[in-house]
Design a protein around this ligand. Structure first.
Ligand code: FAD
Length: 439
């Protein structure tokens, strides 16, 4: 019996969820009593929802359960920065080759277009085809930007270099020296999007919220234990992101990393007129890997994300949230010194899984046990296509894209704790030092 000892929790005030429509609506009951399903997907984030939806498309008569420890939108899928990134991210094209980059681009755009269809069909709000800036404030971080622009050029991906007064005009702040703008990225309220997807689930998918899996007795049939309930199933898909190790089928492959976000109150008409006249909503990631992600949102708020941490318990404390809040204030006031009176309405944390070689985990781990994890901070899009193709893999539907995913899903080994703890903390500390004013 595989017992689960670490469970997802709500870390802080979840700004996207609280500003999404139908925040308080429950989509599914708690799982109680004994049930049998043909498939069980654990994790109702972008990955799990996509897997459940595609399984239902492939086998319309199958009975599918989708279970989550939290409410939909409370997991990392509803806590992230809301970038649907089309271009390969954190990649060294020179090392992996241009064709590899193009394949990832094709998969990313496939996922974005699939999400777009659901957005259109179910009128999911806060979707903006705004593109994305990658920007640098520090001169020492300009080479990172130039390197990115060079790789885009090499692979033939469209991009613009934006600097000086033009960059200030577009962002409403003169903070950044230079930016690379790419147009295919979409900005969303991720909680609104992931919750909106629930409307697209067919009747053959039964969603159970607030239902943490407490233990699994592996079979098949596999028996998933809940408090006051059990599901028996021949096939289980684990789409639990950073909690994957709890289920015992993917040891020493991922590093769970915490990061934090804040969302301000909406700017007033006066503040908008004074400082953001003509500025359209935008999203910006940093040229430095430890730098700050910033957005000017559709509802006129500023979003800030930074601060990484390795928390073995997979949950944050009030002290950690407070430290993140202080860093967010400093980063916000450095970029928008003219908005010092603006407060943060929400500050929260979330955990995502990274792998050493940036390859995700996507595998049949045992008979009737399938595992997806390691979305490396770009899981909105990556989780969407991995979930989709996992369903195809299970149902025996072959394609070039599935073959590509299978060939490129071999996350390299990472040491267990305490070595992983020491290594992760050291890398995070060093990255923070070199990022300087880009944090
Ligand atoms: C602050 C922040 C900013 C980010 N920014 C971006 C971004 O801009 N773009 C991007 O693409 N990615 C971003 N990411 C990463 C992104 O959020 C993840 O890659 C993505 O959410 C992964 O989706 P998922 O469905 O695999 O995992 P999750 O959304 O984490 O879903 C896994 C689910 O499994 C459930 N679960 C775990 N254990 C159990 C259990 N025992 N029983 C039942 N259910 C369980 C959890 O409750 C959770 O809902 C960011 C992450 C954070 C934290």
């Amino acid at each position: 019996m595989q017992k689960i000892t670490r469970f997802p929790r709500v870390d802080g005030d979840l700004g996207w969820l609280e500003t999404a429509p139908d925040t308080n609506v429950a989509f599914g009951p708690r799982l109680k009593g004994n049930h049998e399903f043909d498939y069980v997907v654990i994790g109702a984030g972008f990955t799990g929802i996509s897997a459940a939806m595609r399984l239902a498309e492939n086998e319309p008569s199958a009975r599918i359960a989708l279970v989550d420890a939290l409410r939909v939108g409370e997991g990392a899928s509803g806590r992230n920065a809301g970038f649907l990134i089309d271009l390969p991210h954190n990649m060294n094209f020179a090392k992996t080759g241009v064709e590899h980059a193009r394949s990832l681009f094709r998969l990313n755009t496939f996922a974005i277009e699939r999400l777009r269809q659901f957005k259109d069909r179910y009128a999911i709000p806060f979707w903006n085809d705004a593109g994305k800036y990658m920007a640098a404030h520090e001169e020492s971080n300009l080479p990172g930007l130039e390197n990115f622009a060079g790789m885009l050029k090499h692979a033939g991906f469209d991009h613009d270099l934006v600097t000086g007064p033009e960059l200030t005009r577009r962002l409403g702040t003169p903070y950044y020296r230079s930016a690379v703008y790419t147009k295919g990225n979409v900005l969303v309220n991720p909680a609104a999007l992931v919750r909106g997807l629930i409307k697209a689930l067919p009747r053959s998918v039964t969603l159970f919220e607030n239902s943490p899996v407490q233990a699994i007795e592996y079979g098949p049939p596999h028996k998933l234990k809940f408090i006051g309930g059990e599901i028996s199933t021949p096939i289980v898909v684990q789409a639990t992101n950073s909690f994957v190790e709890q289920f015992g089928k993917l040891p020493n492959r991922i590093v769970p990393i915490f990061t934090y976000a804040s969302l301000t109150q909406p700017l007033t008409e006066r503040q908008l007129a004074q400082h953001f006249k003509g500025v359209k909503p935008w999203g910006l990631t940093s040229a430095h890997m430890a730098g700050t992600t910033v957005r000017f949102t559709d509802d006129n708020r500023i979003f800030i994300r930074n601060t990484y941490d390795y928390l073995p318990e997979l949950r944050s404390t009030g002290d950690e949230l407070d430290a993140a809040w202080r860093q967010h204030r400093a980063s916000f006031e450095a970029r928008f010194p003219f908005l010092k009176e603006v407060t943060f309405d929400y500050t929260w944390g979330g955990v995502f899984s990274i792998t050493q070689n940036h390859e995700p985990a996507f595998s049949r781990a045992d008979e009737g046990v399938y595992v997806i994890s390691g979305c490396n901070g770009v899981g909105v899009v990556k989780g969407t296509y991995l979930g989709y193709y996992m369903a195809d893999y299970i149902c025996g539907i072959e394609s070039d894209d599935l073959s590509f995913i299978l060939e490129n899903s071999n996350p390299s080994w990472v040491p267990p704790d305490p070595l992983r703890f020491v290594g992760a903390r050291a890398r995070i500390a060093w990255a923070g030092v070199t990022a300087k004013g880009d944090v």
